[in-house]
Design a binder for this molecule. Structure first.
Ligand code: PLP
Length: 392
């Protein structure tokens, strides 16, 4: 037998393991020091009351033969897809129910969608970015080219007509840079994709953090996207579902390649390899889109964004360049004094006992940059910022 040889091509991504280990070693050597973690990419607030109540009711449904649910539809229950359709509709994006596919999260969808594309497609991924886009393609043996995100373009690269691409990944607001595309910038990508018969895989996992009304939450707010884009979204960061697991993909009816509608291919793929998200979780997810649920999750996100404001206000006063933090839980800063990412990591840990994430872990262009997140508590964020002010 043989194994998939492409797994040998993966770079060992030790980023979070190494940062956690270094922080643990520091704590062991200095038990008197309080280490504050601002590298965390997970939420810290519990599920909101509307979700908890809906999930309790759903658990009770499962207790009686009359209201029990077994296998559900592969594409998700209509009650949740209707709720998602309403959410998009309120933003002026009409969707058909059949264009919405519920899943157990954006990470699985983003990896699994590659099943429907040919092996020889050219892939274009921003650098730096969420590592899943690169690794899932390497596993499938595809070539990956990078679009360069830099300080000069505000970490928002635009299409380069000289670079061929069939599958284009975009993430806005971006992880790790927090930078968010404007409507005009997304339009440039949509036009490029339509002209080149490419498909954009648009990751909207952080759309709920957008507070600037001029910025699009969905790529389908941009004209022309229905013939070239698939959108992935998640309730993980929107509503604290990182451990509860629910997301969805939107594939427009018009989106066809090679004569095949991609939505039908995706449904075929899901029906073959996925047996649906649990009924209880889907009931909880539907509660997120009610008026009550929306008010509650917005309050939680506003609170995270206030942490981000605390951090960016301090960076502004220290004259440190950064992106993000305004429409995103991520703050991407330039390491002061020309330090590289890991030197700055060690420096912050040693001198301020603050843990962040070295930018170099997200791609070559991340070297010299550093990611802080707003997912900590207010108390810790304020304390960490005071320590940074004293140090930088
Ligand atoms: N997309 C981006 C950009 C992310 O940062 C994350 C999680 O950190 C995900 C997708 C994964 O989301 P989910 O929890 O729905 O799998």
């Amino acid at each position: 037998m043989t194994i998939n040889p492409h797994y040998q091509d993966l770079e060992q991504n030790y980023l979070f393991a190494v940062t956690a280990q270094k922080a643990a070693e520091f704590s062991a050597a200095h038990p008197d020091k309080k280490v504050i973690r601002l590298g965390i990419g997970d939420v810290t607030k519990p599920l909101c009351p509307a979700v908890i109540e809906a999930m309790h009711r759903a658990v009770d449904d499962m207790a009686w033969a009359e209201t029990f649910y077994g296998y559900g539809p592969y594409e998700g229950y209509d009650f949740l897809r209707e709720a998602i359709r309403g959410y998009y509709g309120r933003r002026g994006v009409p969707l058909q129910l059949s264009e919405i596919f519920v899943s157990d999260g954006a990470k699985s969808d983003i990896g699994n969608i590659l099943d429907i594309f040919g092996e020889d497609n050219a892939v274009l991924v921003p650098d730096p970015v969420y590592p899943v886009y690169v690794d899932t393609n390497i596993m499938a043996g595809r070539r990956v080219a990078f679009s360069s995100a830099t300080e000069a373009n505000g970490f928002l690269p635009l299409p380069d007509p000289a670079v061929k691409a069939d599958i284009i990944y975009l993430c806005s607001p971006n992880n790790p840079t927090g930078a968010a595309y404007s409507r005009e910038q997304l339009k440039a990508w949509v036009d490029f994709a339509n002209q080149n018969d490419a498909v954009i895989l648009f990751d909207a996992a952080y759309e709920a953090f957008i507070r600037d009304d001029s910025l699009p939450h969905s790529i389908f707010e941009v004209e022309g996207a229905r013939t070239c884009a698939i959108e992935f979204c998640s309730l993980s960061k929107t509503a604290g579902f990182t451990g509860t697991r629910c997301g969805y993909a939107v594939i427009p009816a018009e989106l066809e390649r090679g004569g095949s509608p991609l939505g039908a291919m995706w449904l075929r793929r899901q029906a073959t390899k996925f047996n649906g998200t649990s009924y209880i979780v889907q009931r909880g997810a539907a509660a997120v889109f009610t008026e009550e649920g929306q008010a509650q999750v917005k309050a939680d996100i506003d609170d995270y964004l206030e942490n981000a404001r605390v951090i960016t206000t301090a960076l502004d006063s220290m004259g440190i360049w950064y992106t993000g933090g305004k429409n995103s839980p991520y703050i991407w800063l330039k390491c002061p004094g020309g330090m590289d990412s890991w030197t700055f990591f060690d420096y912050l840990l040693e001198k301020a006992n603050v843990v962040g994430t070295p930018g170099a872990g997200f791609g070559q262009n991340g070297e010299g940059f550093f990611r802080l997140t707003a997912f900590g508590s207010r108390k810790n964020t304020l304390e960490a910022v005071e320590r940074l002010r004293g140090l930088l």
